[in-house]
Every structure is written in C-alpha cells, then in structure tokens.
Design a protein around this ligand. Structure first.
Ligand code: GRF
Length: 202
C-alpha cells in the first residue's frame, strides 16, 4: 500500500509509522511526505528515514483553492493508495477531499464527535469530562466529521492540565494510527451507512 503523509509540524505520528514500517510491522510504503511549513521537524524525520519530502507552502498561493490544487497535483504525482493527514493543520476544500474520498484519513485529538477543531484538551478539561481520547476517521468535507475507524480513550485525572493530556494522548495516537493504516493496507476496512466496518462486521 503506497501512502503520502501530510504534516505541518513535529511529525511524531509520522515517526510512529516509520518505526513500525522499519520493524516490519506495517505493510506501508511512504512514497512522499509533504509539509505546508518549510520548518516542520517532521521533514527531517522523513529525510533521516530516506523518504522523499516536498514543501507546498500555503503562503505561496493566493487562495485556498490554488493551494489545494497544487497540493492535489503533488500528491497525485506520487500515485498513492492512501493519503494520511498526520498533524496537517490546514482546512481542506471540498474539491480536494472529494478527490481523495475513501482514501484520505485523519487523526484528531478528541473523542469525536466531541470537540472538532482546535484546543481540544483544554475544552475537555473545561467541560469536566471524565474521558478524553483520540479518533482516526475518513475525511469528509465537514471538518473532523467523517466516519470513525478507531478511537482510543484515557481517563482524565483531577490534576491533569492540557499539556499533560496532550502528551498522554500522543502516546495513544502513536499506537492507534499505524494500526488503522494497517487495516486500510490489508483492505479490511469498508463503509456502510456512514459507518466504518472492520472485516465487514456490522
Ligand atoms: C496530533 O495530536 C494530532 O491529533 C493532531 O496534530 C497532532 C500532530 O502531532 N491532528 P505530530 O506532528 O504527529 O507530533
């Protein structure tokens, strides 16, 4: 299964993919890592692992449509089966999302449908939630709203702050995201009535 990974920052989720691929646990070939930010540390992680990188800087384009079209062209040139958003911090146009529909996945640091958007850890704390977590989902044009593949949760401690929660969520993400990608690569995921099925189970 050939993948393109899109990042904007540190790339710790990208690293989790790389580690599992190198350990022979994930049948994924990352053909290309694209960042919209030239300074993203994840680019260095990719280079160290021998993966091609590309910067498509959103600031170089007059509009979101122009940026997304350039991004789409760059991804298409790598002919991926799967496009993985791993900390990619740009909202994507409906045209882009529809072009990659059913092969575009994202990870979001909340128990969706709770807390789409940003600042999820603080919002979970402010709401006095007992549980918090991360969700992996197929991407649809509505932000953070697509069919959920996998969720992991943790219990919020009374003394947790947003930074601590983020660190603990990251650990969950690094386990979940490669697993979801593996299911995709093994063609074990399908969709029915807006829900994701594993091995066709309902
Ligand atoms: C993750 O928390 C992910 O849920 C969110 O952005 C963060 C990316 O972290 N979408 P990293 O760049 O993979 O370290």
């Amino acid at each position: 299964c050939k993948a393109v990974v899109l990042i904007s920052g540190g790339g710790s989720n990208l690293q989790a993919f790389i580690d599992q691929i190198e350990a022979g646990q994930l049948p994924l070939d990352i053909a290309l890592v694209i960042s919209n930010k030239p300074e993203a540390f994840g680019l260095e992680r990719a280079t160290r692992a021998g993966i091609d990188t590309l910067v498509v800087n959103h600031k170089a384009y007059p509009s979101r449509d122009d940026f997304d079209r350039a991004l789409q062209r760059a991804i298409d040139a790598a002919t991926p089966d799967l496009v993985i958003l791993a900390g990619f911090m740009r909202i994507l146009t409906a045209d882009f999302v529809n072009h990659f529909r059913h092969r575009l996945i994202n990870i979001h640091p909340s128990l969706l449908p709770k807390y789409p958007g940003t600042n999820t850890h603080q919002r979970a704390l402010d709401a006095g939630d007992t549980w918090h977590g991360a969700s992996i989902h197929f991407v649809v044009p509505e932000v953070d709203a697509g069919p959920i593949i996998l969720q992991g949760r943790l219990k919020i401690r009374s003394d947790d702050n947003a930074d601590q929660l983020q660190q603990r969520i990251h650990k969950i993400e690094h386990q979940l995201y490669p697993l979801a990608a593996r299911w995709f690569a093994e063609q074990r995921l399908s969709q029915h009535n807006g829900k994701v099925l594993l091995d066709g189970e309902t």
